[in-house]
Write a protein that binds this ligand. Sequence first.
Ligand SMILES: Nc1ncnc2c1ncn2[C@@H]1O[C@H](COP(=O)(O)OP(=O)(O)OP(=O)(O)O)[C@@H](O)[C@H]1O
Length: 231
Amino acid sequence: MLTIQDLKFGWLKSQPLTIEIDHLSINKGDKVFLKGPSGCGKSTLLGLMTGINQPYSGTISMLGKELTALKGSQRDHFRADHLGYIFQQFNLLPYLSVIENVTLPCFFSKVRKNKALASSGSLEQEAKRLLSHLEIPTQLIHRQVTELSIGQQQRVAAARALIGKPEFIIADEPTSSLDTDARESFIKLLFNECVETDISLIFVSHDASLQGLFDHQIDLPTLNKATQTGA
Ligand SMILES: Nc1ncnc2c1ncn2[C@@H]1O[C@H](COP(=O)(O)OP(=O)(O)OP(=O)(O)O)[C@@H](O)[C@H]1O
């Protein structure tokens, strides 16, 4: 599903490498917790996995396609079709309603639009289905996202990542602004949706208390030879 081989990346040629990983593979449907202290390279690795950053050397293959061999615009298309992203700061568009935010990825990807239509008949119906599974009250769905609580906004961001059933969800510190109870319940709602459609989830967090909820844990400083050598 996702395979990394002999990957090397540094932000500046003149500086030591930030990422050096011999091998990593993530299977379909895996729920993976990626952990490590601040500055160890978690976001950099996500940037490589999503084709935003290009490595110096090595390969990253996703769904049988070698991302590292694609041109920039091909990587952009691949990302829009196959990856849902949940950001730490949500990145919802404040001038759009809840439902408009959720359906947005379908305007950038025909693949996801068609899957959403196949699931519920219309984009609005599919957004409503996801929002209801993520426990957003129906009366909120036409409001502007800024009128929602932080926890509600985070669940809207999850619905936006899930629409059109991408094969991968990448979540970068998505629970850091939630309290402990809200964190666990957010993760459980996200898991339910991922399991239903066999989505692979890569979830980044500093909060080691959450790791027991996941199938697999990756400790980045252990995997990443760049940090082991003190580089
Ligand atoms: N755009 C950039 N240009 C140059 N260096 C960068 C850039 N982004 C990150 N770095 C450096 O790469 C290293 C890894 O940063 P990264 O953001 O990947 O860590 P992280 O584990 O995600 O940290 P945090 O948990 O604090 O978000 C750090 O030393 C950081 O200074």
